[in-house]
Design a protein around this ligand. Structure first.
Ligand SMILES: [Zn+2]
Length: 321
Protein backbone atom coordinates (compact mmCIF):
# COMPACT_ATOMS: atom_id res chain seq x y z
CA UNK A 1 0.00 0.00 0.00
CA UNK A 2 1.20 3.44 -0.83
CA UNK A 3 2.20 5.60 2.08
CA UNK A 4 0.96 8.68 0.29
CA UNK A 5 -2.63 9.69 0.64
CA UNK A 6 -3.59 11.53 -2.52
CA UNK A 7 -6.71 13.62 -2.18
CA UNK A 8 -6.94 14.34 -5.93
CA UNK A 9 -9.90 11.99 -6.60
CA UNK A 10 -12.12 13.94 -4.19
CA UNK A 11 -15.07 15.35 -6.07
CA UNK A 12 -15.60 19.08 -6.07
CA UNK A 13 -12.22 19.84 -4.53
CA UNK A 14 -9.29 21.36 -6.40
CA UNK A 15 -6.40 19.42 -4.97
CA UNK A 16 -2.95 20.90 -5.39
CA UNK A 17 0.36 19.28 -4.39
CA UNK A 18 0.48 21.91 -1.65
CA UNK A 19 -2.84 20.75 -0.24
CA UNK A 20 -1.69 17.13 -0.28
CA UNK A 21 1.48 18.16 1.52
CA UNK A 22 -0.46 20.11 4.13
CA UNK A 23 -2.65 17.07 4.74
CA UNK A 24 0.32 14.69 4.97
CA UNK A 25 2.08 16.97 7.46
CA UNK A 26 -0.59 16.33 10.05
CA UNK A 27 -0.27 12.57 10.07
CA UNK A 28 1.90 10.69 12.52
CA UNK A 29 2.86 7.39 10.85
CA UNK A 30 5.19 6.15 13.55
CA UNK A 31 2.82 3.50 14.87
CA UNK A 32 0.49 0.83 13.54
CA UNK A 33 -2.31 3.40 13.25
CA UNK A 34 -1.79 6.62 11.35
CA UNK A 35 -2.74 9.27 13.81
CA UNK A 36 -4.08 12.69 12.90
CA UNK A 37 -2.18 15.28 14.91
CA UNK A 38 -4.16 18.26 13.63
CA UNK A 39 -7.48 19.54 14.90
CA UNK A 40 -9.85 16.97 16.40
CA UNK A 41 -13.52 17.04 17.35
CA UNK A 42 -14.98 16.15 20.74
CA UNK A 43 -15.14 12.46 19.90
CA UNK A 44 -11.47 12.38 18.94
CA UNK A 45 -11.89 12.30 15.14
CA UNK A 46 -9.48 14.37 13.08
CA UNK A 47 -10.91 17.40 11.27
CA UNK A 48 -9.71 19.05 8.05
CA UNK A 49 -11.14 21.98 6.14
CA UNK A 50 -11.39 21.76 2.36
CA UNK A 51 -12.39 24.36 -0.18
CA UNK A 52 -15.15 22.84 -2.28
CA UNK A 53 -17.10 24.07 -5.26
CA UNK A 54 -20.77 24.42 -4.51
CA UNK A 55 -23.68 25.81 -6.57
CA UNK A 56 -23.10 29.13 -4.82
CA UNK A 57 -19.39 29.22 -5.55
CA UNK A 58 -16.50 28.17 -3.39
CA UNK A 59 -17.23 27.08 0.16
CA UNK A 60 -15.27 25.90 3.13
CA UNK A 61 -16.19 22.47 4.38
CA UNK A 62 -14.80 20.90 7.54
CA UNK A 63 -15.00 17.12 7.44
CA UNK A 64 -13.74 14.26 9.52
CA UNK A 65 -10.40 13.16 8.05
CA UNK A 66 -11.14 9.42 8.01
CA UNK A 67 -14.14 10.19 5.80
CA UNK A 68 -12.00 12.36 3.50
CA UNK A 69 -9.47 9.55 3.16
CA UNK A 70 -12.16 6.96 2.50
CA UNK A 71 -13.77 9.12 -0.18
CA UNK A 72 -10.43 9.88 -1.83
CA UNK A 73 -9.76 6.16 -2.18
CA UNK A 74 -13.17 4.54 -2.67
CA UNK A 75 -15.30 7.38 -3.97
CA UNK A 76 -18.45 8.70 -2.44
CA UNK A 77 -19.59 7.10 0.82
CA UNK A 78 -22.89 5.29 0.10
CA UNK A 79 -25.97 6.96 1.56
CA UNK A 80 -26.73 5.71 5.08
CA UNK A 81 -23.29 4.22 5.50
CA UNK A 82 -20.63 5.28 7.96
CA UNK A 83 -16.88 4.98 7.72
CA UNK A 84 -15.85 2.67 10.53
CA UNK A 85 -12.51 2.10 12.18
CA UNK A 86 -11.40 -1.54 12.31
CA UNK A 87 -8.78 -0.44 14.82
CA UNK A 88 -11.21 1.34 17.17
CA UNK A 89 -8.99 4.42 17.16
CA UNK A 90 -10.92 7.57 16.21
CA UNK A 91 -7.96 9.76 15.12
CA UNK A 92 -6.60 7.00 12.86
CA UNK A 93 -6.90 7.48 9.10
CA UNK A 94 -4.85 4.59 7.79
CA UNK A 95 -6.80 3.49 4.68
CA UNK A 96 -6.72 -0.23 5.41
CA UNK A 97 -8.14 0.40 8.89
CA UNK A 98 -11.22 2.01 7.39
CA UNK A 99 -14.30 0.39 5.97
CA UNK A 100 -17.84 1.45 5.20
CA UNK A 101 -20.59 -0.03 7.32
CA UNK A 102 -24.04 0.62 8.67
CA UNK A 103 -25.02 1.91 12.08
CA UNK A 104 -25.77 -1.66 13.00
CA UNK A 105 -22.24 -2.71 12.03
CA UNK A 106 -20.95 0.15 14.13
CA UNK A 107 -22.98 -1.01 17.13
CA UNK A 108 -21.79 -4.56 16.67
CA UNK A 109 -18.17 -3.34 16.60
CA UNK A 110 -18.60 -1.25 19.69
CA UNK A 111 -20.39 -4.07 21.45
CA UNK A 112 -17.67 -6.58 20.64
CA UNK A 113 -15.07 -4.17 22.00
CA UNK A 114 -17.01 -3.67 25.19
CA UNK A 115 -17.61 -0.01 24.43
CA UNK A 116 -21.37 -0.30 24.56
CA UNK A 117 -23.64 -0.95 27.51
CA UNK A 118 -26.73 -3.02 26.66
CA UNK A 119 -29.71 -1.52 28.46
CA UNK A 120 -31.59 -3.96 30.66
CA UNK A 121 -34.40 -5.67 28.80
CA UNK A 122 -33.15 -4.62 25.37
CA UNK A 123 -32.43 -6.83 22.42
CA UNK A 124 -28.72 -7.57 22.11
CA UNK A 125 -28.59 -5.21 19.14
CA UNK A 126 -31.21 -2.84 17.86
CA UNK A 127 -32.52 -3.77 14.45
CA UNK A 128 -33.98 -1.49 11.84
CA UNK A 129 -37.45 -2.43 13.05
CA UNK A 130 -36.94 -2.96 16.74
CA UNK A 131 -35.43 -0.35 18.97
CA UNK A 132 -37.14 -1.90 21.98
CA UNK A 133 -35.12 -1.01 25.00
CA UNK A 134 -32.74 1.24 23.08
CA UNK A 135 -32.80 4.98 22.89
CA UNK A 136 -31.17 7.03 20.19
CA UNK A 137 -28.57 8.04 22.74
CA UNK A 138 -28.54 4.53 24.19
CA UNK A 139 -28.40 6.15 27.58
CA UNK A 140 -31.57 4.80 29.13
CA UNK A 141 -33.75 1.82 28.27
CA UNK A 142 -37.50 1.96 27.71
CA UNK A 143 -37.98 0.05 30.95
CA UNK A 144 -36.00 2.69 32.81
CA UNK A 145 -37.90 5.50 31.05
CA UNK A 146 -41.16 3.92 32.24
CA UNK A 147 -39.85 3.51 35.79
CA UNK A 148 -38.57 7.09 35.83
CA UNK A 149 -41.94 8.46 34.68
CA UNK A 150 -43.83 6.29 37.19
CA UNK A 151 -41.63 7.48 40.04
CA UNK A 152 -42.10 11.14 39.17
CA UNK A 153 -45.86 10.78 38.81
CA UNK A 154 -46.44 8.71 41.94
CA UNK A 155 -43.91 10.26 44.33
CA UNK A 156 -44.49 14.01 44.66
CA UNK A 157 -41.20 14.36 46.53
CA UNK A 158 -39.14 13.02 43.64
CA UNK A 159 -37.15 15.66 41.81
CA UNK A 160 -35.63 15.92 38.36
CA UNK A 161 -32.16 16.16 39.84
CA UNK A 162 -32.58 13.02 41.96
CA UNK A 163 -33.88 11.07 38.96
CA UNK A 164 -31.03 12.34 36.79
CA UNK A 165 -28.57 11.11 39.36
CA UNK A 166 -30.31 7.76 39.74
CA UNK A 167 -30.35 7.01 36.00
CA UNK A 168 -27.02 8.70 35.15
CA UNK A 169 -28.50 11.08 32.62
CA UNK A 170 -28.67 14.87 32.56
CA UNK A 171 -31.48 16.77 34.31
CA UNK A 172 -32.36 18.35 30.97
CA UNK A 173 -32.84 14.90 29.45
CA UNK A 174 -35.02 13.87 32.43
CA UNK A 175 -37.25 16.92 31.86
CA UNK A 176 -37.69 16.07 28.17
CA UNK A 177 -38.53 12.45 29.05
CA UNK A 178 -41.09 13.52 31.69
CA UNK A 179 -42.75 16.04 29.38
CA UNK A 180 -42.81 13.48 26.56
CA UNK A 181 -40.74 15.67 24.27
CA UNK A 182 -38.43 12.75 23.76
CA UNK A 183 -38.99 8.98 24.00
CA UNK A 184 -42.57 9.56 22.92
CA UNK A 185 -43.23 5.90 22.27
CA UNK A 186 -41.76 4.67 25.52
CA UNK A 187 -44.30 3.79 28.22
CA UNK A 188 -45.02 5.67 31.43
CA UNK A 189 -47.22 8.60 32.45
CA UNK A 190 -46.24 12.05 31.17
CA UNK A 191 -46.58 15.30 33.07
CA UNK A 192 -47.79 18.64 31.76
CA UNK A 193 -45.18 20.54 33.69
CA UNK A 194 -42.21 20.03 35.93
CA UNK A 195 -42.66 20.72 39.64
CA UNK A 196 -40.95 23.77 41.06
CA UNK A 197 -37.69 23.09 42.81
CA UNK A 198 -37.98 23.54 46.60
CA UNK A 199 -35.43 24.74 49.02
CA UNK A 200 -33.76 21.77 50.70
CA UNK A 201 -34.35 23.57 54.02
CA UNK A 202 -38.13 23.66 53.59
CA UNK A 203 -39.83 21.83 56.45
CA UNK A 204 -42.74 20.82 54.28
CA UNK A 205 -42.35 18.49 51.33
CA UNK A 206 -44.82 18.08 48.47
CA UNK A 207 -46.14 14.82 49.96
CA UNK A 208 -46.65 16.46 53.38
CA UNK A 209 -48.50 19.38 51.82
CA UNK A 210 -50.80 17.04 49.90
CA UNK A 211 -51.41 15.06 53.09
CA UNK A 212 -52.22 18.09 55.24
CA UNK A 213 -54.57 19.51 52.61
CA UNK A 214 -56.45 16.21 52.47
CA UNK A 215 -56.64 16.05 56.26
CA UNK A 216 -58.02 19.55 56.39
CA UNK A 217 -60.47 18.83 53.59
CA UNK A 218 -61.70 15.72 55.41
CA UNK A 219 -62.71 17.96 58.33
CA UNK A 220 -61.96 17.77 62.03
CA UNK A 221 -58.71 19.74 61.83
CA UNK A 222 -57.78 23.39 62.12
CA UNK A 223 -54.58 25.14 61.19
CA UNK A 224 -53.70 25.04 64.90
CA UNK A 225 -54.11 21.31 65.24
CA UNK A 226 -52.27 20.61 62.00
CA UNK A 227 -49.30 22.91 62.64
CA UNK A 228 -47.62 20.90 65.45
CA UNK A 229 -47.90 17.73 63.38
CA UNK A 230 -45.75 19.25 60.65
CA UNK A 231 -43.38 21.29 62.79
CA UNK A 232 -44.42 24.58 61.20
CA UNK A 233 -46.42 27.61 62.28
CA UNK A 234 -50.19 27.83 61.72
CA UNK A 235 -49.47 30.66 59.25
CA UNK A 236 -47.46 28.30 57.05
CA UNK A 237 -50.34 25.80 57.16
CA UNK A 238 -52.77 28.59 56.30
CA UNK A 239 -50.72 29.66 53.26
CA UNK A 240 -50.50 26.07 52.03
CA UNK A 241 -54.28 25.60 52.41
CA UNK A 242 -55.04 28.84 50.61
CA UNK A 243 -52.60 27.71 47.93
CA UNK A 244 -50.59 30.88 48.33
CA UNK A 245 -47.68 28.46 48.54
CA UNK A 246 -47.28 25.08 46.87
CA UNK A 247 -49.81 26.17 44.27
CA UNK A 248 -48.43 23.88 41.57
CA UNK A 249 -49.10 20.55 43.30
CA UNK A 250 -51.60 18.46 41.39
CA UNK A 251 -53.48 17.10 44.40
CA UNK A 252 -57.04 17.86 43.38
CA UNK A 253 -57.67 19.80 46.60
CA UNK A 254 -59.12 23.26 45.91
CA UNK A 255 -57.73 26.42 47.45
CA UNK A 256 -59.53 27.13 50.73
CA UNK A 257 -60.67 30.73 50.80
CA UNK A 258 -62.00 30.79 54.34
CA UNK A 259 -60.25 28.61 56.81
CA UNK A 260 -62.01 27.12 59.79
CA UNK A 261 -61.51 29.82 62.30
CA UNK A 262 -60.38 29.02 65.80
CA UNK A 263 -63.04 30.91 67.73
CA UNK A 264 -62.50 29.21 71.05
CA UNK A 265 -59.46 29.13 73.23
CA UNK A 266 -59.21 25.35 73.20
CA UNK A 267 -59.40 25.16 69.41
CA UNK A 268 -55.74 26.09 69.28
CA UNK A 269 -54.83 22.98 71.20
CA UNK A 270 -57.58 20.47 70.56
CA UNK A 271 -59.11 19.40 67.31
CA UNK A 272 -62.89 19.07 66.96
CA UNK A 273 -62.32 15.30 67.05
CA UNK A 274 -60.48 15.60 70.35
CA UNK A 275 -63.34 17.68 71.72
CA UNK A 276 -65.88 15.04 70.77
CA UNK A 277 -63.75 12.31 72.34
CA UNK A 278 -63.36 14.29 75.56
CA UNK A 279 -67.12 14.84 75.82
CA UNK A 280 -67.77 11.14 75.37
CA UNK A 281 -65.19 10.15 77.97
CA UNK A 282 -66.42 12.66 80.54
CA UNK A 283 -69.87 11.17 80.07
CA UNK A 284 -68.28 7.75 80.72
CA UNK A 285 -66.95 9.08 84.02
CA UNK A 286 -63.28 9.74 83.20
CA UNK A 287 -61.92 12.50 85.45
CA UNK A 288 -61.14 15.92 83.99
CA UNK A 289 -57.68 15.91 85.60
CA UNK A 290 -56.83 12.68 83.83
CA UNK A 291 -58.03 14.04 80.49
CA UNK A 292 -56.11 17.28 81.03
CA UNK A 293 -52.96 15.27 81.58
CA UNK A 294 -53.64 13.00 78.63
CA UNK A 295 -54.20 15.88 76.20
CA UNK A 296 -51.48 18.01 77.80
CA UNK A 297 -53.80 20.92 78.46
CA UNK A 298 -54.93 22.69 81.63
CA UNK A 299 -57.97 21.48 83.55
CA UNK A 300 -59.55 24.86 82.90
CA UNK A 301 -59.43 24.13 79.20
CA UNK A 302 -61.25 20.82 79.70
CA UNK A 303 -63.97 22.75 81.57
CA UNK A 304 -64.14 25.22 78.67
CA UNK A 305 -64.60 22.40 76.22
CA UNK A 306 -67.51 21.01 78.21
CA UNK A 307 -69.26 24.36 78.51
CA UNK A 308 -72.19 24.57 76.18
CA UNK A 309 -71.53 27.37 73.73
CA UNK A 310 -73.96 29.50 71.87
CA UNK A 311 -74.75 28.10 68.44
CA UNK A 312 -73.23 30.05 65.59
CA UNK A 313 -75.72 32.73 64.54
CA UNK A 314 -77.09 32.28 61.05
CA UNK A 315 -75.54 34.68 58.52
CA UNK A 316 -77.35 37.99 58.41
CA UNK A 317 -79.33 38.16 55.20
CA UNK A 318 -78.44 41.09 52.96
CA UNK A 319 -80.74 44.07 53.46
CA UNK A 320 -83.66 44.10 51.08
CA UNK A 321 -84.28 47.40 49.34
ZN1 LIG B 1 -5.92 2.46 12.84
Amino acid sequence: MSDIIDLTPLRGVRVTPRLNARFAEKIDRSGECWIWIGLRDGAGYGLFTLTVTSPRGLAQRTERVHRIVYEAIHGRIPRGMRVLHGCDCPPCLRPDHLRAGTDRDNWRDRLSRGRLRIPEGAAALPTRKSFAGWSRQMKISNADVAALRETYASDPDSTVVDLARRYSISPGFVRLILLGKTRKKAPGPLVGRIRKVRSPNAKLTPSKVIELRRRYQAGGETIYTLAPNYGVSPQIISQALRRETWADLDDGVPAFRRLRYARRRWARKLSPNDVEAIKVRVAQGVSKSQLAEEYRVSRGLIYDVLKPHAPTPPPTPPPVC
